[in-house]
Design a binder for this molecule. Structure first.
Ligand code: ATP
Ligand code: MG
Length: 241
């Protein structure tokens, strides 16, 4: 068996709120692995720190402790908890994809350009990237009349589809998905499941949070359950002599 492309050991994150003089735990002692061509699902109650784990991998959040070992195409291992900003930018451009729940809109770009951008950034010609973008927008049931319009005024569901198309157009080595189907109808959700399975078959490794347990069943090769960090730290106190 190939070694995992991502291995997380003992990841914890706390936020120090100076104004309130409080320490807020966001995830505690998380261990997990992601393999190429497989999907690891992160499950657990609200507030357990699922989104925080994805943000720590993408380094939106700097972990408080633990290791996030990423293995690149050359087999070199980078601890994302310690990597330089430069290395993080390089990995985000080439290796990591992140589909967050919300589209951060770029004001004047059309939906098609927003979707095509990650592919164009990786060197695909503008024409081909635009063609792929249209195919994906079509697959995700975004009406054609919207393709040339900036998504700023789109409905929540339409924005999410554009966001998802943008996240799925390129083939990163490691794809992070935070509730990517949360506001989709069942027919579109089915298409996304097929698409994710196809992307998996191409060898992409995924770490995903899903709203519906049945999606975990349909897509996950491994399941990692997080308990709320407060419960985890209480447990730690109990078991520490
Ligand atoms: N930037 C932040 N500042 C302070 N606290 C934060 C921050 N980000 C997350 N937290 C706290 O960390 C905890 C875990 O949040 P997180 O968003 O990771 O949970 P989640 O498991 O994704 O929950 P949900 O299922 O509701 O999306 C929450 O209690 C949250 O308030
Ligand atoms: Mg979340």
């Amino acid at each position: 068996m190939h070694p995992p492309i991502l291995e997380i050991e003992g990841l914890s994150k706390q936020f120090q709120l100076h104004d309130q003089n409080a320490l807020i735990p966001s995830c505690a002692r998380v261990d997990l692995a992601v393999h190429s061509g497989e999907l690891t699902a992160l499950v657990g109650p609200t507030g357990a720190g699922k989104s925080s784990v994805l943000k720590a991998i993408y380094r939106t959040y700097l972990p408080s402790s633990g290791r996030i070992l990423y293995r690149d195409a050359n087999g070199a291992i980078t601890d994302l908890a310690l990597a330089s900003e430069h290395r993080m930018l390089e990995l985000r451009r080439q290796d990591l994809g992140f589909v967050t729940q919300f589209l951060h809109c770029l004001p004047r770009k059309s939906a098609m350009e927003v979707v095509a951008e990650p592919l164009a950034m990786r060197g695909t010609s503008r024409e081909l990237a635009a063609e792929r973008a249209c195919e994906l927008l079509d697959l995700l049931n975004v009406p054609e009349r919207l393709w040339r319009v900036p998504p700023a005024t789109f409905s929540g569901g339409e924005k999410q589809r554009v966001n998802l198309a943008r996240g799925l157009i390129a083939r990163p080595r490691l794809l992070l998905l935070d509730e990517p189907t949360a506001s989709l109808d069942p027919a579109t959700t089915d298409r996304v499941v097929d698409l994710l399975n196809a992307i998996k078959a191409e060898g992409v490794g995924m770490l995903a949070i899903f709203h519906q347990p049945q999606l975990v069943e349909r897509l996950a090769d491994r399941v990692v359950t997080l308990s709320s960090p407060v419960a985890a730290s209480a447990l730690l106190e109990e078991t520490t002599p």
